[in-house]
Ligand binder design. Structure first.
Ligand code: ACM
Ligand code: ZN
Length: 704
């Protein structure tokens, strides 16, 4: 140990510049021994990284002495691109917090800050040539309350923006920490705020902004009555009113904006968004349709591609490389574009195969706006990306060969701020997952070891405590797993915690007992469990019926983003009550059907089958178009059972009904129930996400 005891006896830190055996890639060596600390590196950036490592090693002992263990560390990053994103449009964060965020990135050796500056709910960067962008576009009259679709509007004006001077200050601050700042200016979709400022950017300048009646603020209702028809959005989602691709004035505007933005950001990358752009307006806009005819574009996806390629050319002419979300693959990739793969890994895989550079940011597991805990009590957008999944993430998909894998520049976690209204919530979502992602980006694949990371996590938490950072303690959560029993009679409820010092207690009425082994549940009941003195707690309600705990098979796998607990999710006795806030209770199918067969174990009298579903059209989740149930009796080979025919019942679902259960009634003796819920199909025009495959969300099949 080196003891730093104050000025009289301070150890030296020496910096040496020297070639490293990394073929010119930044690398450092950190030597800590009785002579002091030596940092050897080939560039300044890795020397800075070495100091971050040094900070991580510091411990304060019980005598308040600073201790650093002797060490010899040679280190260089596995990936060149190590990014964190922050959305400042849905909620705005002041410069003081942006700097703090950059400090966090630097501390964990990230080198890129992706600043999502514009969206439907606010334009956050001052543009001299278009002052209304911030005068008007940076402010909304209110925001929805709670989780989308929410409980009305808070009617509180909300907004903010960064001045040119502030942007420069942030960029300089980041540079001093070896962090490159990439600006994102969203186009052609997510553009409501710009359109609110300059309505001629819309295909239909005279068409009022649509905000659903139960989500709009009082002020906005009044303003629209008084003729201010284009509004900054007050709710979350995807909106049809987008930049017109037909009018040249749109491109003049965007080029002017790019001119000013590129002046402020020295980054060679410029992010133009290009995700989630509905084609609804383009399909009926005369200017957009003329543009398609003039350029022989066969559909609106090709129009989007044409739009993106036109902007790319402009960016290239200014020496910039364009980044876009993976929708830029649709209709043809712009020649030099870098693809940010967010809808899973497929876009990244396809782009790499097309020899385009890729940054991996798949929703699962690196959307840091998703929950870290299954018992999450704060509102999040849903999903479940625990630290284990982040640590386990491999940025180079196995579908790529070694050559194609070289196109993966690195990875990034995204921090969308719909449900992050305050800096402390951003910290909570960031920590400790950023620490896991840092190792994904730095460590060689074969050196990554979850057990070793776990051993070091308490040290990470200690440092976060010391720095008074608000972080999630979900790692220590009481975690429940529900499993079938071996004989399909009931359910096993397994409880675990990684907190070694605490006992788990199960509470049943007045009875409290320490948990020792999985509980067998074979009737409807609610289990309440706590970890130690309420460090973590959970309730689980089970509702039993003839299908609960029975054997079930499904043919089509659900989406990787909503895999639930496999097919068993549908017969686990857990009925969803909190919608997407408990998304792990669902199986989600994007464009595909649920095709399930339940084995009741023997012929049983059945009269009612109930399929539990979710309908949330704003989130692209639709009722199934049709549900088909086939009743299959078991014919005993010994010929004891009567010869009962197989029968099928089909129910067509009215998509306009607000259902969360679909009941099929029929009296029947049968052993197997084959249930097919047909996906709604393509989202209809005029609805959010029009043209995309609808989601089908199911959480339980009840048999009575
Ligand atoms: C995105 O999450 N819409 C890129
Ligand atoms: Zn148009």
């Amino acid at each position: 140990m080196v003891y730093f005891t104050g000025a009289n006896n301070a150890a030296d830190i020496a910096f040496k510049n020297q070639r490293m055996p990394t073929s010119g890639k930044p690398a450092y060596q950190l030597d800590i021994n009785k002579l002091g600390v030596t940092v050897t590196s080939n560039f300044d950036e890795p020397a800075f990284n070495a100091i971050q490592t040094l900070f991580q090693l510091i411990r304060i002992d019980t005598n308040k002495q600073m201790q650093i263990p002797f060490a010899k560390i040679f280190d260089h990053a596995r990936f060149d691109y190590r990014g964190m994103h922050l959305d400042v449009a849905r909620h705005f964060f002041p410069v003081s917090f942006i700097k703090k965020y950059i400090d966090y990135l630097a501390a964990y050796k990230f080198n890129t800050f992706h600043w999502h500056l514009t969206d439907d709910q606010g334009w956050r960067i001052d543009i001299k040539k278009y002052p209304e962008l911030t005068k008007t576009g940076a402010w909304r009259n209110g925001s929805i309350v709670g989780r989308y679709p929410g409980k009305g509007n808070d009617n509180k004006p909300y907004g903010g923006f960064y001045t040119e001077a502030e942007i420069k200050e942030v960029v300089q601050y980041a540079k001093e920490r070896y962090i490159n700042v990439i600006p994102e200016i969203e186009m052609p979709g997510h553009s409501s705020a710009a359109i609110a400022a300059y309505r001629w950017l819309s295909c239909f300048p005279e068409k009022p902004t649509e905000i659903p009646a139960n989500m709009i603020s009082h002020n906005s209702i009044d303003e629209q009555k008084n003729g201010r028809i284009k509004l900054v959005q007050e709710t979350w989602g995807v909106f049809d009113d987008v930049f017109c691709a037909g009018k040249d004035s749109t491109f003049k505007f965007l080029e002017d904006v790019i001119d000013e933005v590129t002046e402020l950001f020295p980054s060679k990358y410029f992010h133009l968004g290009a995700d989630e752009c509905p084609k609804t307006h383009w399909k009926i806009c005369p200017a957009c349709q003329k543009r398609m005819r003039d350029n022989n574009l066969k559909d609106e996806h090709e129009l989007q591609s044409w739009f993106v390629q036109r902007i790319e050319k402009y960016l290239n002419s200014k020496g910039k490389t364009m980044i876009g979300w993976d929708e830029i693959l649709e209709g043809g990739l712009a020649p030099k574009a870098v693809v940010m793969s967010w809808r899973g890994e497929a876009g990244g895989i396809e782009a790499a195969k097309q020899k385009h550079a890729v940054i991996m940011t798949p929703g699962n597991p690196v959307y840091f706006d998703h929950s870290q805990s299954k018992n999450e009590d704060s509102v999040t957008i849903g999903g479940y990306n625990p630290i284990e999944a982040v640590y386990d993430y491999e940025p180079i998909p196995k579908e790529l060969n070694a050559d194609e894998g070289k196109y993966i520049l690195g990875a990034q976690a995204n921090m969308w701020s719909e449900y992050l209204a305050y800096p402390s919530k951003v910290e909570y979502m960031l920590f400790p997952r950023i620490v896991a992602l840092s190792e994904v980006l730095w460590s060689p694949k074969e050196k990554r070891d979850w057990k070793d990371f776990e051993r070091r996590l308490p040290g990470v938490f200690e440092r976060l405590d010391k720095e008074k950072i608000n972080y999630s303690k979900a790692y220590y959560d009481l975690v429940a797993t529900v499993l079938p029993t071996e004989n399909y009679q009931g359910i096993l409820f397994d409880l675990k915690s990684k907190n070694p010092n605490e006992t788990i207690f199960v509470h049943g009425g007045d009875n409290v007992f320490p948990y020792t082994s999985p509980l067998v549940i074979n009737k409807s009941q609610t289990i309440n469990a706590t970890l130690g003195d309420n460090k973590s707690q959970l309730w689980q309600k089970f509702v039993f019926n003839k299908a609960t705990g029975k054997k079930i098979n499904i043919i089509t796998e659900p989406s990787k983003s909503y895999p639930g607990n496999g097919a068993f999710t549908l017969v686990d006795g857990i009925q969803n009550e909190k919608g997407l806030a408990k998304s792990s209770e669902f199986l989600g199918f994007s464009g595909t059907n649920l095709d399930a067969t339940i084995d009741l174990g023997k012929n049983m009298d059945v009269s009612n089958i109930t399929l539990h579903v979710l309908k949330m059209e704003g989130s692209w989740i639709y009722l199934p178009g049709q549900v088909e149930v086939t009743y299959i009796p078991y014919h005993d080979p010994a010929g004891i059972s009567p010869d009962i025919p197989i029968e099928m019942v089909t129910a067509t679902i009215n998509p306009n009904e607000d259902l969360n259960k679909i009941e099929i009634k029929k009296e029947k003796l049968c052993r197997y129930i084959h249930l097919v819920a047909k996906n709604y199909g393509s989202i209809p025009a005029g609805k959010p996400g029009a043209g995309n495959p609808a989601w089908l969300f199911v959480d339980e099949i009840e048999v009575h």
